[in-house]
Design a protein around this ligand. Structure first.
Ligand code: TMP
Length: 217
């Protein structure tokens, strides 16, 4: 069976983490060997970069500096994990990937989609997803789900990007939907306001066709 690169995208609170974990379990139960990573992160270098990018104490960051850090993290992840995994026949599932830079830095930060697309192509060197699931929901709904990280006293911890205002997150959503409209063969929009089992069922149905295998939730 051909190894595939599958990515999950969406605004904050769209449920990517729990959905992708559930989907990975179904793939593994069907005998598909899976490497599951997240962006930014997945290697020692990329996790260190993640710390810089998401630390709220760092405050304002130049949009291009922010973009280059995401790209640096991505280049390392591709070289160290994604490319070797695919070469070894493992399917890779990645929570966020190159489309996040187009939506967040290209569209919401205003750097432009063409600049981000060019730099992305250089960072991933051909490791383009076979399928991308865009978990789409209104910003208000995503924000109400909130971050799943809590301080010891139960107070929600919002990272540097989560602290951006509603307008920023509306633009991120808009950026993602534009991408899906342009590249509808690769980017599949999933209604993330549905119950978790409905969301998972829709994704598994699509992956059954991609892998030509029966998948159960
Ligand atoms: P998350 O792992 O909790 O989703 O946090 C990653 C954050 O980084 C999230 O706010 C989206 C943002 N991000 C970008 O702005 N550009 C990117 O290229 C990637 C991968 C993530």
């Amino acid at each position: 069976m051909k190894a595939r690169l599958i990515t999950f995208e969406g605004i904050e609170g769209s449920g990517k983490t729990v959905v992708s974990k559930t989907v990975c379990r179904s793939l593994e139960e069907a005998g598909i060997v899976v490497t599951h990573v997240r962006e930014p992160g997945g290697t020692a270098v990329s996790e260190a970069i993640r710390g810089i990018l998401l630390d709220p104490a760092r405050g304002e960051m130049d949009p291009k500096a922010e973009l280059f850090l995401y790209l640096a993290s991505r280049a390392q992840l591709v070289a160290e994990v994604i490319r070797p995994a695919l070469a070894a026949g493992r399917t890779v599932v990645c929570d966020r990937y190159m489309d996040a830079s187009v939506a967040y830095q290209g569209w919401a930060r205003g750097l432009g989609e063409s600049l981000v697309a060019r730099l992305n192509a250089s960072a991933v060197g051909g490791a383009v997803p076979d399928r991308t699931f865009l978990l789409d929901c209104p910003v208000a709904e995503g924000m109400s789900r909130g971050p799943d990280r809590r301080e010891a006293d139960g107070v929600a911890v919002r990272d540097r990007l989560e602290r951006e205002d509603v307008r920023f997150h509306e633009k991120v959503r808009e950026g993602y939907l534009r991408l899906a409209k342009r590249d509808g063969k690769r980017v599949v929009v999933i209604d993330a306001t549905q119950a978790l089992d409905e969301v998972v069922r829709a994704i598994l149905g699509n992956l059954e066709r991609l892998f030509s295998v029966k998948l159960t939730a």
